[in-house]
Design a protein around this ligand. Sequence first.
Ligand code: IPM
Ligand code: MN
Length: 351
Amino acid sequence: MALRIGVIEGDGVGPEVVSWGISTLEAASRLGGLELEFEKVPVGGTAFLEYGKVLPDDSLHALRGCDAILKGPMGRPDIEAGIVERDGILALRQHFGQYVNLRPVKLFRGLEAASPLKDELLKHGVDFVIVRENSEGLYSRMGGLTEHSATDINLFTERGVRRILEFAFMLAQKRGKSLISVDKANVLSASLFWRRKFDAMAESHPQIKCSSQLVDSFCLLVLQDPSPRKWDVVVTDNMFGDIIADEAAAIVGSLGMSPSANLNPGGVSMVEPVHGSAPDIAGKGIVNPLATILSCALMMRHCFDRDDLAIKIETAVQGALDEGLRTPDIAAGETACSTDEMGEAVLRHLK
Ligand code: IPM
Ligand code: MN
C-alpha cells in the first residue's frame, strides 16, 4: 500500500525547497521499492490570506489521514508576527502530539569555510543531535498578557519529561556514545524537576555515559569544542532547544544545512527545515534546499524505518557538496550556485 505524504509548501522560500524535498522522496522511494503519494495541503500565511485560517479545518482533516508530513517554512511579513507561528507551526506540533523535535547537527565535509569557527576546532568534525522537548515548557501557551505584566508558564509535567527523556536515552543507547542534558537547574524549579528525572533515569541506564550541563555553559563550551568526542546526544527543553539549535546551525555553516523532525512515535510525524520562510530571498532561486532534503532523510529514517534510504540521501548531499556546489549561504566568498543546481546534483547522486 502506498504511503501518503501530506505536503505543506508554506510561505516565502517554502515552495522552492519543498519541491526539492518531494523530488528527493520520489527518487529515494524508487530506489527502495516504496510507493509514495503526495497530497498538497494549504497551511500557513498564504492559507490565512486565502481561507481566513492559518490551519484550515479541511487541511487538518487531510493531514490526519497521512503517514507523514513534509512541511516547508511559514510566515509572511504582511501578517503580524506570532499568528502563523502559534496557529500554524505550534498548532501542528501540538495537534499531532509530536513531542520530540529531533535536530541533527552535522558538519558536512568541505563546509569548514562556511563555519565561523576556526578549522582547528573543526578537525574532528561536528556530529551531534539535539533532542528538543516539543510540547510543553515555555511553549505550553499558558500565561497571559496585560498592559502591565506578562507571564508564560514554564510547564513541565511528569509525563512530558519522562517521554522525552526516554526517547533520548533510547537514541543514546543506539548511538552508543554519551547523553548530555541541558537545563538551568541552578535557577528554575522546572529545570530542577527535569534534572531529578534525568538523574533517576541515568541511574537505571548505567551503560550510557550521562551528564548535565547548564544551558549558558553549554552555549560557551560547544563553541570552544564542538567535536563528537564531547557531544553526541543532547536532550533539552523546548525553549533551550530552540535557541541552541540555531547556535548549532551556525557552527555547521548555515541554517540552510539544518534539518528537523517533529516526531510522535505512535502517530503522524512531520519533518521540516529549521530555517524560516526568508521572504527577502523568496523567488530568487538561491535558497539552500539541503535542510529540506536532509529533513526528508529524517522522514525515511524515523517515520518509515528506512535507515538505508536516509543514508542514501545523506550520501547524495555529500556528493553534491563534493562537486563544489554551494548555495550563497554556504559559499563563504566562493562562487555560488542556485537552488536548482544544488537539487539536481543531489538527485544525480541519488542513484
Ligand atoms: C523553530 C522555530 C519555531 C519554534 C517558531 C517559528 C514557532 O523557531 O522551529 O525553531 O520556536 O519552535
Ligand atoms: Mn527556532
